[in-house]
Design a protein around this ligand. Structure first.
Ligand code: EPU
Length: 421
C-alpha cells in the first residue's frame, strides 16, 4: 500500500488538464455488453475502478484492450457467462451497472449484491423495481441477485427515492429498456451529465432515447445496438477538485478540458466564498482572494451541489473567515473525512447530516488515513495548504478516481511524494 507525503504551503500555478469522467466511463463500458461489433471509447481514464470493471467485463466475455493512444476497445466475444461474482463486485459498487445490460442482451443476469460501503447505505431497490417493471423475474439467493426474462417490455417507471433519483439505477433501466420491446418512460430519472453521456453513447449505437438530462426520459426499444466510436465527457468532480486546489493554495491555475456548464452550482458556491472562476478558451482560470467567506452548502441531485465535492469544499471552508454550514442530502453519513480533517486542526461539529465548520487560520500537517475516494481528495487539499508535513495512508482510495493525482499536482507546484508504506 502506498502513502502520500505532502509538504504544505506551496502555491499552485500553471495549467492542469482534466481527464475523462470515471462515472460516465463505467456505465458506458458496461453498456458495451448490449452491442454487436467494436466500440472505441476515447477519454476513458486509467484508474483502478476502470481496470476493475475491465476484469469483470472480460469474465463476462467482453474483449477489452487499451491502444497506445489511450483509446479503449471493447467487443463482446462470448455471451455464455452472465454471473458477476462477489469477489469482483464487492471491490466496486459501480459493478452493479452490468445488471441491466446482461438482462437485456442475454436474458439473464446473476450479480452479487455489493455489500457495505464507507459513504453509507447503498441500496439497489430502485434498480430492481425498474427492471421488474420491464418484465424481469428477480430472486435473491446467497447474496446474489438472479434476474431472468424471456422478453423485456417497455413500461412506465418511477425512479424517485427518499434521497432523489438514482444515477446508476437510471443507467441500468435505460440500458435494459434500449433493447426492450416498445416504449419505456422513466419518471424521476437522474439528470446528471453522466446519465446524459450514457444516453448519447447508446443513441450513437442506434438506441432511441430522448429527454435525457430531464426527469422524464423516453426510450423506444430497438432490436439491435451496434458498437461505435465515442468520447467520454470530462470529469466534473476532478475539475471541481482541481478548482478547489487552486483556490485553497491561493494559486493561479488554468484548468483545461473543464465543462463549466456541468459545475454551475459549484461555481456559485465558490464565487460566494470569494474564489474567482472565469471561463477561458479551453477551460477555466482560478484565483482567489486571501480572505475566504463562510457559506452554506447543501448537496443535492444534479444540477445541485454534488455530494462528490462535499468533502473537498469542507476543507476549503475550514479556512474561511467565520462559520459555514454543510448539509449532506444524498448520503447523510458521508462524513468519514470529518475526523481526519479534525486531526489537522479543522474545527468541525457534526450534527446529524450537517457539519458546522468554524474557520481556522491554519491547518497543521498530521498523519491521516484515506477512507474513501472523495474523502481522500479532501485530505490532499488539506495537505497542500497545511503547515508542515501531512502523511496520507491508504491512497489506493484516491487511485480509484484520480489518475496520478500527485504527479499532476506536482507539475503545477505541489510537493507530494508517493512512497510505499
Ligand atoms: N438510493 C436508494 N435506492 C436505490 C438506489 C439509491 O434509496 O435503489 C439512494 C442512495 O442510498 C442515495 C441516493 O439514492 O441516498 C443516490 O444514490 P445513487 O443511486 O444516485 O448513487 P449511485 O448511482 O450508486 C453514483 C456515483 C457516486 C455518486 C452518486 C450520487 C457512479 C459510479 N457513482 O452512485 O459517485 O456519489 O451517484 O451522485 O456513478 C464517487 O464517484 O465517489 C461516487 C461515490
Amino acid at each position: 500500500m502506498d502513502c502520500f507525503l505532502i509538504n504544505g504551503g506551496t502555491r499552485l500555478k500553471g495549467s492542469i488538464a482534466v481527464n475523462g469522467s470515471k462515472n460516465a466511463a463505467l456505465p458506458i463500458m458496461a453498456a458495451s455488453i448490449l452491442t454487436e461489433g467494436e466500440n472505441v471509447l476515447k477519454g476513458v481514464p486509467n484508474l483502478a475502478d476502470v481496470n476493475h470493471l475491465t476484469v469483470i467485463l472480460q469474465r463476462l466475455g467482453v474483449a477489452v484492450t487499451r491502444d497506445d493512444n489511450g483509446d479503449l476497445r471493447l467487443r463482446v466475444e462470448d455471451e455464455m457467462n452472465c454471473h458477476a461474482e462477489y469477489e469482483l463486485v464487492r471491490k466496486m459498487r459501480a459493478s452493479i451497472c452490468v445488471m441491466g445490460p446482461l438482462l437485456a442482451k442475454r436474458r439473464k443476469a446473476q450479480v452479487s449484491l455489493p455489500g457495505g460501503c464507507n459513504i453509507g447505505d447503498r441500496p439497489v431497490g430502485l434498480h430492481l423495481a425498474g427492471l421488474k417493471a420491464l418484465g424481469a423475474d428477480i430472486e435473491l439467493s446467497s447474496g446474489d441477485i438472479h434476474l431472468k426474462a424471456k422478453k423485456l417490455r417497455g413500461s412506465e417507471i418511477f425512479l424517485g427515492g427518499p434521497f432523489g433519483s438514482t444515477v446508476l439505477g437510471t443507467a441500468n433501466v435505460m440500458m435494459a429498456a434500449s433493447l426492450a420491446e416498445g416504449t419505456t418512460v422513466i419518471e424521476a430519472a437522474a439528470c446528471e451529465p453522466e446519465v446524459i453521456d450514457l444516453a448519447n453513447y447508446l443513441n450513437a449505437c442506434g438506441a432511441h432515447i430522448s429527454g435525457h438530462g430531464t426527469p422524464r426520459v423516453t426510450i423506444e426499444g430497438v432490436k439491435e445496438l451496434r458498437g461505435c466510436d465515442y468520447t467520454v465527457i470530462p470529469d466534473r468532480i476532478e475539475a471541481g477538485t482541481f478548482i478547489m486546489a487552486g483556490a485553497i493554495t491561493n494559486g493561479d491555475v488554468k484548468i483545461q478540458n473543464c465543462r463549466l456548464d456541468h459545475l454551475l452550482a459549484v461555481v456559485d458556491r465558490l464565487r460566494a466564498i470569494g474564489v474567482n472562476v472565469e471561463k477561458n478558451a479551453d477551460g477555466v482560470e482560478v484565483s482567489s482572494a486571501r480572505r475566504l467567506e463562510p457559506v452554506t452548502v447543501t448537496t443535492q441531485p444534479y444540477p445541485g451541489f454534488p455530494t462528490d465535492l462535499q468533502a473537498q469544499i469542507m476543507t476549503l471552508l475550514s479556512l474561511a473567515d467565520g462559520n459555514s454550514i454543510i448539509t449532506e442530502k444524498i448520503f447523510p453519513d458521508r462524513f468519514v473525512h470529518v475526523a481526519e480533517l479534525s486531526r489537522m486542526g479543522a474545527m468541525l461539529r457534526k450534527e446529524g447530516p450537517t457539519v458546522i465548520v468554524a474557520g481556522v487560520k491554519h491547518l497543521i500537517g498530521a498523519p491521516v488515513m484515506a477512507s474513501d475516494l472523495r474523502a481522500s481528495a479532501a485530505l490532499v487539499l488539506a495537505g497542500l495548504v497545511a503547515k508542515g508535513q501531512t502523511k496520507i495512508s491508504r491512497v489506493y482510495h484516491i487511485d480509484r478516481g484520480y489518475e496520478q493525482i500527485e504527479q499532476r499536482l506536482c507539475a503545477i507546484g505541489a510537493d507530494i511524494k508517493r512512497l510505499p508504506e
